[in-house]
Design a protein around this ligand. Structure first.
Ligand SMILES: [Zn+2]
Length: 166
């Protein structure tokens, strides 16, 4: 399966900060970019485009239609006690739904992080990264960056291996 990765957020707005991993979403995935490049092509958003929707359309155009799967890379953050892995996909796409479920299952099995499941969405947070790319896309949030036990459990090399197996 030919894969493209989108590193969530961008240089000027790096997403959530994890006090336990001492990193933002952007820096967390930038730190494994070298390994991601071994299993797919890595794309980053243009930080000079101010609108989220326009950034997503721009990256979608650059990614094009040669890939089987586009994976947007994020981590979650809420209130410190929420934990687990969840993956978003565009609700009507049942192929993406299956891949999203597989990812959640593997994260749970290999690292013991709670499986919050695959969530089909029709709008809202993260939707742009799912609908402006084609054909199949998932947005992963393998752990909560503000939850201590999730941050202890997450293993970067294992995460890359699971992404490789999708
Ligand atoms: Zn994010």
């Amino acid at each position: 399966m030919k894969k493209a990765f989108i590193i969530g957020h961008h240089e000027k707005s790096k997403g959530a900060f994890s006090p336990f991993l001492k990193t933002t979403e952007w820096d967390f995935y930038k730190s494994i970019e070298y390994y991601l490049e071994q299993i797919g092509d890595v794309y980053i958003h243009n930080p000079d485009i101010n609108s989220y929707t326009k950034r997503c359309k721009d990256i979608g155009r650059r990614i094009g239609s040669d890939y089987d799967l586009v994976i947007s890379l994020h981590f979650n953050s809420f209130n410190g006690s929420a934990n687990g892995c969840e993956v978003l996909y565009n609700k009507p796409n049942q192929i993406s739904a299956l891949i999203a479920s597989k990812f959640c299952h593997l994260v749970n099995e290999r690292m013991g992080i709670k499986n919050r499941g695959a969530k089909g969405i029709t709008g809202g947070r993260g939707y742009g990264e799912l609908i402006h790319v084609q054909p199949n896309a998932i947005l992963i949030e393998p752990f909560f960056g503000d939850n201590q036990s999730d941050c202890v459990a997450i293993i970067k090399s294992e995460l890359v291996e699971i992404l490789n197996e999708l």
